[in-house]
Design a binder for this molecule. Structure first.
Ligand SMILES: [Zn+2]
Length: 130
């Protein structure tokens, strides 16, 4: 995310931004996030110039099997791109980035067949330990 350091306020007050904890998601969605930042770059430049504000991504995390991106402020164009990225995550394996679908097993995650099998095996091992 070095291309967009000013968007990720890692030194901010943690009550304001959770970015200081890093991205709370697996590698499979990194490409989605990267592409989103790339697409947003001209839109954010325009938004910041028009509204005289500083665009910030406050938090990026997985919730209910999908990517969630929280920003401090945005216009409709920016929100549309963020929504599109969130939608793409619901069809992309969170672990490896291959096409995936939403799976449930005491948890909800978007996974490909291979990682769904691995996750199911792991959670059954964890259940045996408990
Ligand atoms: Zn996978």
């Amino acid at each position: 995310m070095l291309h967009w350091p000013q968007w990720f306020n890692t030194k901010g007050d943690v009550r304001h931004t959770l970015m200081s904890f890093g991205f709370r998601l697996d590698d499979g969605w990194f490409d989605i996030l990267w592409r989103l930042c790339d697409d947003l770059e001209p839109l954010v430049a325009e938004f910041e110039a028009t509204d005289e504000c500083q665009f910030e991504i406050l938090q990026v995390k997985e919730k209910f099997g999908g990517l969630r991106i929280y920003v401090n402020d945005a216009d409709d164009n920016i929100r549309l791109f963020i929504e599109t990225a969130q939608l793409a995550s619901s069809r992309t394996c969170e672990v490896c980035g291959q096409p995936g679908t939403m799976r449930e097993g005491g948890w909800i995650k978007t996974l490909c067949d291979q990682h769904a099998t691995a996750a199911a095996a792991q959670s059954s091992v964890e259940n045996q330990v408990k």
